[in-house]
Design a protein around this ligand. Structure first.
Ligand code: ADP
Ligand code: MG
Length: 453
């Protein structure tokens, strides 16, 4: 029966997880509705039980066995009674920790790596090209050149996608590598659990025997002292062995509050790259790629000209929202059997569009720019014409035009009732200067990132 179940389980949990967690299981027996398996360590058994126990039970039943419960017991070859803490657990080397369940808070714990998150499906644009190149380099699996790779950026910009892509690629190129991917939250959870159940040696062994460790959303462990401590030691142990580490966070290492300084500096000593907020071209590229994907599924789907451009222009917050919008649009259009027009999009996505608008007001932009250049908010709308005030004001106008859907007259009203030609002049001026003034270009990029991130 177990043989039959195998194929099905691979489909359910993914080959990666299968090889790592299920293959090492040894079937013992099945009695009175209880299927028993031998596992290398109790930590291992626990993990399998939590993450894959239900799958295993369901598939056994599916194959005709009558199983109410699955149990995992530490293999009898391991001397359980003899206290030999120093002896290495014989079976632990068989435990081949590999890509672990997806890490996003909104994903189910225990889900396998998302098979859609590959390099092929990652659209490269200016805002993410560095991060992408660095991820590619790590995925080639050559000698470790920078350690760790630290990816950071706002929510929904592709950090998790890139990490999964690295894991997929490594598994394909070098199947023998032990790649462990998990979120910082899962790391903490496992750590606390290991402490509670006195399995801390197993825990350390597991984490220190991997070839590549990837920890997603590391900001999560900020302020969690003992988890940080353990993370630090794991980190050092792996770096000492020249094992690759990949970390992601929502901000730069130095900006994570309540993270120990020694950890910050450790995180900074490899390559730190950020994913910038998407720009219009990248968003359009992502939408186009998605449409291609859908096209192969639903033939005959028609999208009117301008719809994708409209979405890329209006939904600037994060890629996840953008994708969600498109999915909804397709679902709706195929349900009612209609062509996707601009009107349909506006109707069907009214709430998303509204939320996206609400994201950024002209006042927020004015406030941020005023802060940045150290002038008063009131000067943004006031009449002063000295350069030190007029220039930031024009920058705010430019950003208002770029980052909000407001028209020139509307923007003019928020700048103390200025005429729309004044706004246009300001916007053009900044566009012109930007081309030659790299300090200004940098400022704008920073402001934009802070406003949209
Ligand atoms: P993060 O981890 O940074 O919050 P994710 O990696 O979860 O973001 O990305 C959110 C969604 O957007 C995912 O579905 C991902 O596939 C998609 N996505 C983000 N960036 C890109 C990109 N450059 N190309 C294709 N899809 C992307
Ligand atoms: Mg993520």
């Amino acid at each position: 029966t177990w043989g039959l179940v195998r194929e099905e389980l691979i489909k359910r949990v993914g080959r990666n997880n299968y090889v790592t967690w299920i293959e090492p299981l040894k079937f013992s027996d099945l009695r009175q509705g209880v299927a028993r398996f031998e596992v290398p360590t109790s930590f291992f058994g626990d993990w399998v039980s939590r993450n894959f126990g239900d799958h295993i039970r369901a598939q056994l039943n599916h194959a005709g066995a009558q199983v109410d419960r699955v149990e995992f017991a530490v293999s009898a070859t391991r001397p359980a009674a003899a206290p030999q803490p120093a002896a290495p657990a014989p079976a632990a080397t068989r435990a081949r920790p590999a890509a672990r369940p997806a890490a996003d808070a909104d994903d189910m714990p225990g889900a396998p790596l998302d098979s859609r998150f590959t390099f092929d499906s990652f659209v490269v644009g200016k805002p993410n090209e560095l991060a992408h190149a660095a991820a590619r380099r790590v995925a080639e699996g050559g000698p470790v050149t920078f350690n760790p790779l630290f990816l950071y950026g706002g929510v929904g910009l592709g950090k998790t996608h890139l990490m999964h892509a690295i894991a997929h690629e490594l598994q394909t190129r070098q199947p023998h590598l032990r790649v462990l991917y998990l979120s910082a939250e899962q790391f903490m959870y496992r750590f606390v659990q290991a402490l509670r159940e006195r399995q801390i040696m197993d825990f350390k062994e597991l984490f220190r025997s991997v070839d590549v460790l990837m920890v997603d959303d590391v900001q999560f462990i900020a302020g969690k002292d003992s988890t940080q401590e353990e993370f630090f030691h794991t980190f050092n142990a792996l770096v000492d062995q020249n094992k690759q580490i990949v970390i992601s966070a929502d901000r730069a290492p130095g900006e994570i509050k309540d993270l120990e300084d020694r950890i910050k500096s450790r995180l900074q000593c490899g390559l730190v790259v950020d994913l910038h907020p998407t720009d219009y071209e990248l968003r359009l590229g992502i939408l186009q790629q998605k449409v291609e994907l859908y096209r192969s599924q639903y033939r005959g789907l028609v999208i009117a000209d301008g719809v994708l451009e409209f979405l890329a222009h209006r939904i600037t917050t994060n890629v996840r929202v953008l994708e969600g919008a498109l999915t909804r649009l397709f679902a709706f259009a195929s349900l009612v059997g209609r062509e996707i027009t601009l009107e349909l999009a506006q109707d069907c996505l009214a709430d998303i569009l509204r939320a996206s608008d609400r994201k950024l007001t002209i006042e927020e932009i004015q406030r941020k720019v005023a802060d940045h250049y150290n002038i008063r908010l009131s000067d943004m709308i006031g009449p002063k014409r000295v350069r030190t005030i007029a220039r930031p004001r024009q920058i705010a106008m430019y950003l208002a035009k770029q980052l909000t859907p407001r028209s020139l007259p509307e923007i003019g009203r928020r700048f103390g009732g200025r005429d729309h030609t004044t706004i246009m002049h300001g916007v053009r001026k900044i566009e012109e200067l930007m081309a030659t003034d790299s300090q200004l270009a940098d400022d704008l990029q920073l402001l934009r990132r802070q406003l949209q991130g």
